[in-house]
Write a protein that binds this ligand. Structure first.
Ligand SMILES: NC(=O)c1ccc[n+]([C@@H]2O[C@H](COP(=O)([O-])OP(=O)(O)OC[C@H]3O[C@@H](n4cnc5c(N)ncnc54)[C@H](OP(=O)(O)O)[C@@H]3O)[C@@H](O)[C@H]2O)c1
Length: 273
C-alpha cells in the first residue's frame, strides 16, 4: 500500500518539500507520496487527528507548529528535547516520535566545507524558530560566543537565555546595532526572513571580507542581496538551499532508513542548476 508523508504548517502552499521528497521517491522507485497539508495555528490537535486517520507514515512540521507539536509526541530524540522543537515526526500505529533535523541540517554544509566552528565568533541575525536550532548547533560544536541581533530585542534576550542554558556565551543586540561590526565575526548567519522578498541585505556588508563565512538560510531566492554583496567582497558563501536539502535528507533517512539521492533532490529544488 502506498505510504503517505506530509508537511504541515501555515502558510504551506510555497513549500518545496513535496517536490524534493516526491523526486526522491520516483528516483528510488518507492511506493510513497508526500503532500503539503495546511494546518492553521490553533488547529494542530485536529490536524494530527486527521493525519492519524489516514495512517500517515511520517510528517515534517513547519511554522507555526514546531514548538507546539512537542506536546503531542509520545517520544522525542535528544536534539528535539534540547532545542524544544520538532520538524520531523514518525507514526508507528498512532505512536508519534519527534526528531529535529534542522540543527544537523544547518551544520552539514559547514562541515562539508571543513570550516572550523570551535572557538569561533558568531553573528546570528534573527531570533525565531530557526535561530534556536542554529544556536544549539553552534553550542554543540563549541563556538566561542554568539551575538544575537534581532529587530525585537526581547526575543534576542530570550534566545540568549537559551544559549546560556545550553552552555554557550551569548549577548543580545538589535539588528541596527550591528552597524559595521561584521568583520569581528568568523560566521555571519542570516536567520531572519529578510531576503525572501528581495529586500536589501539585513546588515551593512561593507566590512565583510575574504575571512568571513556568510550563511544565509533564506533559500528563495538563492542569491539574496546579502549573498550577492558578500560574494563580491570575497567571503565564503553557504546557501540556504543546502540547509533545506540536508534537513530533508536527514528526515528521509529517519523515515526510510536509506540515504537520499542528494543530486535528485537538488535538481528538484533548483531545476538542474
Ligand atoms: N534553509 C532552511 O532549511 C530553512 C529552515 C528554516 C527556516 N528557514 C528560513 O529562515 C527564515 C526564518 O524562519 P523562522 O522559522 O525562524 O521564522 P520565525 O520564527 O517567524 O522568525 C522570523 C525572524 O525574522 C525576523 N524578521 C522578520 N521580518 C523582519 C523584518 N522585516 N526586519 C527585521 N527582522 C525581521 C524576526 O524578527 P522579530 O523577532 O523582530 O519579529 C525573527 O527573528 C525564513 O525565511 C525561513 O524560510 C530556512
Amino acid at each position: 500500500m502506498t505510504k503517505t508523508y506530509a508537511v504541515i504548517g501555515d502558510p504551506i502552499d510555497h513549500s518545496l518539500s513535496p517536490n524534493i521528497h516526491n523526486a526522491a521517491f520516483k528516483e528510488l522507485g518507492l511506493d510513497c507520496t508526500y503532500i503539503a497539508y495546511r494546518v492553521p495555528k490553533g488547529e494542530l490537535e485536529a490536524g494530527i487527528k486527521s493525519l492519524k486517520s489516514i495512517n500517515i507514515a511520517g510528517f515534517n512540521v513547519t511554522i507555526p507548529h514546531k514548538i507546539e507539536m512537542i506536546k503531542h509526541l509520545d517520544s522525542l530524540d535528544e536534539d528535539c528535547s534540547v532545542i524544544g522543537a520538532t520538524n520531523t515526526v514518525t507514526n508507528d500505529n498512532g505512536k508519534l516520535s519527534g526528531y529535529n533535523t534542522d540543527m544537523e541540517g544547518f551544520l552539514d554544509p559547514i562541515k562539508k566545507r571543513e570550516l572550523a566552528i570551535k572557538d569561533s565568533k558568531v553573528l546570528l541575525l534573527g531570533a525565531g524558530g530557526a535561530a534556536r536550532a542554529i544556536v544549539a548547533g553552534f553550542a554543540k560544536e563549541k563556538a566561542h560566543n554568539i551575538t544575537i541581533a534581532n529587530r525585537t530585542k526581547e526575543k534576542a534576550n530570550a534566545l540568549v537565555q537559551f544559549a546560556h542554558k545550553i552552555g554557550i556565551e551569548a549577548k543580545a543586540i538589535t539588528i541596527n546595532e550591528v552597524a559595521e561590526s561584521a568583520s569581528e565575526y568568523s560566521f555571519i548567519v542570516n536567520a531572519t526572513s529578510i531576503g525572501l522578498k528581495n529586500e536589501p541585505a539585513p546588515i551593512s556588508t561593507k566590512s565583510i571580507n575574504e575571512k568571513s563565512v556568510v550563511y544565509d538560510i533564506v533559500y528563495m531566492p538563492m542569491n539574496t542581496e546579502l549573498i550577492k554583496q558578500s560574494k563580491k567582497n570575497g567571503a565564503t558563501i553557504i546557501y540556504g538551499y543546502e540547509m533545506l536539502l540536508s534537513q530533508a535528507a536527514r528526515a528521509f533517512k529517519i523515515w526510510h532508513g536509506i540515504d537520499v539521492p542528494y543530486e535528485t533532490m537538488k535538481k528538484a529544488l533548483l531545476g538542474g542548476v
